[in-house]
Design a binder for this molecule. Structure first.
Ligand SMILES: [Cu+2]
Length: 251
């Protein structure tokens, strides 16, 4: 029956990426679900693999100020957590500045530049960061400290640059606490997420609601990963059933 083909196809489309994932998190694979700071409206996902000191990281974001560069870093040496979107800081109208959150997410351990140097020295190399919501992917060598922080679960991905006053560009009266030649909008944190061991927990097609908030902890991530594993099993069974049904109907 032709009628069943769309259902089987939809199931296959939805199930295939899940079925392709390993049943348990592979060693050296990390995910960060970044949530907004400073009411930026930004959401982002970072996926990374660490092999020795070689980090391969990709970042997909939505809601960053278009046409402007966004500094992005792996922060280390803090508490390994993100501030809350509600936290107030020392910027205009209580905007959270970089230093306001440093005790939580730490200092810059690596600069996620598009080319060239990736050390903390390039923390504000604005001509070598993605613009707007540009996708990011790069493989490079990180320091021992950064590698250790990633393995410890205390490495935090932070995206910077928030148009706090809605002017469409980085401006305003208050200057950056990192570089007083830049407006704070250029460096204020826009999104933050802790790199956590395991595969991406957000299911394609929204099959699982992870309920992750800005302070999603290890327990929650673990539960979500468990849910993902169960879903993979279920989807795999469903896919088999669909194939069998289709085959029966064709014969
Ligand atoms: Cu940063």
């Amino acid at each position: 029956m032709r009628k069943s083909i769309p259902a089987a196809a939809a199931l296959a489309l939805g199930a295939f990426p899940l079925a392709a994932l390993p049943a348990s998190a592979a060693d050296g694979t990390y995910t960060a679900n970044l949530t907004q700071l400073n009411d930026s409206g930004v959401t982002s996902t970072a996926m990374a693999t660490l092999d020795g000191n070689t980090l391969d990281i990709s970042i997909e974001s939505q809601g960053l100020l278009a046409g402007s560069p966004h500094a992005q870093h792996i922060h280390i040496g803090g508490m390994g957590q993100c501030p809350s979107n509600d936290d107030e800081g020392s910027g205009a109208d209580g905007a959270l500045q970089v230093s306001d959150a440093a005790d939580q997410y730490g200092m810059i351990g690596a600069s996620l530049t598009t080319e060239g140097d990736t050390s903390p020295d390039s923390g504000l190399a604005v001509d070598r960061f993605p613009v707007g919501d540009d996708s990011y992917q790069r493989s490079f060598e990180v320091s021992d400290d950064v590698a250790a922080a990633i393995e410890d679960g205390t490495a935090v991905v932070v995206l910077h640059g928030v148009d706090q006053n809605g002017s469409g560009e980085y401006d305003g009266e208050v200057m950056s606490d990192l570089d007083d030649s830049l407006p704070e909008e250029a460096t204020n944190p826009a999104a933050c997420g802790v790199l956590t061991a395991g595969q991406m927990t957000e299911m394609p097609g929204g099959g699982v609601e992870t309920g992750g908030g800005s302070t999603a902890g290890m327990e929650e991530a673990g539960l979500a990963a468990l849910g993902g594993t169960l879903l993979v099993g279920g989807a795999g069974l469903g896919l088999l059933a669909a194939r069998r049904r289709t085959a029966d109907e064709r014969s």
